[in-house]
Design a protein around this ligand. Structure first.
Ligand SMILES: [Zn+2]
Length: 296
């Protein structure tokens, strides 16, 4: 009887790449401006703790080539031994400001970071490795330098985002949002349908844009002919008495909700209205009383 030889795998499993910390910048950046404004204190605390945590690691971890692999760079750890708490606070504040920026603006700043880093790298060519890799400014500082992996770790950038911007810098192009001209990922079909209905209904209050009306004086100087330029016929405008917040109130009110804001536009309270108030006719009446339409 022939013997079957079972080949065992290696006695120890291969070393797994370290799971990278996830920077709070990624999740904070996806929040709306108001939400960020309201959570400034907690966000700054979270960012400060994160900056301290990254500096506790002895080595920087690769983000750009083989994510999760340990590199020989110790820039963040070294920085942790040199800087004081105020500088860490400044970094957290800079990261918070970074989160508050629009997507395109964030990309533009990273592009500038990379541009100056690559320029510095050229100047440092031939010098020792440490000098030629620590070419990016530590957020919130104008003198402290870190490597690209450390910067990626701090600003929550992964391999794909970083490399796409490096490509832009090299090609001299401007960043473009991946969804430009397409429908957003967060689009909710139900909300979209409701809003579509709402705006269709609001069309009855709209008029062509006042600034785009061309008035042509008739020859006898008495009659005035009002015409629209050909290309502006599809553009209509709601009366200026209808504010964005007013419209939102109207929209949400129609769905049976009542919203209260403070004078800075921050959400204070959201209450569901009773059945009686939800009645469309009553709702319409109340809203119309609250929102007098300008005579046009
Ligand atoms: Zn480093």
């Amino acid at each position: 009887m022939s013997q079957v030889t079972v080949t065992n795998g290696p006695a120890t499993p291969p070393v797994q790449p370290t799971r990278l910390f996830r920077s709070p910048v990624a999740s904070l950046s996806s929040k709306g401006a108001n939400e960020l404004e309201n959570s400034e204190e907690n966000s700054l605390k979270e960012l400060t703790e994160y900056v301290f945590a990254t500096m506790e690691k002895e080595f920087c971890f690769d983000v750009v080539n083989k994510p999760g692999r340990k590199t020989v760079c110790t820039c963040l750890h070294d920085l942790g031994e040199q800087i004081n708490d105020d500088e860490v606070d400044d970094c957290a504040k800079a990261l918070f400001l970074f989160c508050k920026l629009e997507f395109a603006e964030r990309k533009r700043i990273v592009k500038e970071w990379i541009r100056s880093g690559l320029a510095a790298q050229l100047m440092f060519q031939g010098q020792q490795r440490e000098t030629s890799t620590r070419v990016f400014l530590f957020p919130g500082s104008t003198t402290r330098l870190i490597c690209r992996n450390a910067l990626c770790q701090l600003i929550g950038y992964g391999k794909k985002s970083w490399k796409s911007i490096v490509e832009l810098v090299k090609s001299g192009n401007d960043p473009v949002h991946g969804l430009k001209g397409k429908t957003g990922n967060k689009l909710n079909a139900k909300s979209q349908g409701l809003m579509h209905e709402f705006f269709k209904d609001m069309q009855q209050y709209a008029l062509p844009r006042a600034t785009k009306i061309v008035r042509t004086q008739m020859v006898d100087g008495v009659n005035t002919l009002v015409e629209l330029r050909e290309e502006e016929k599809d553009t209509i405008e709601l009366p200026s008495s209808m504010t964005k917040r007013g419209l939102y109130n109207r929209f949400i009110g129609g769905l049976g909700w009542k919203i209260q804001w403070d004078n800075k536009g921050r959400l204070l309270k959201k209450t569901e209205m009773g059945e009686e108030q939800k009645h469309p006719a009553r709702q319409e009446k109340t809203l119309m009383m609250r929102m007098p339409l300008r005579r046009l």
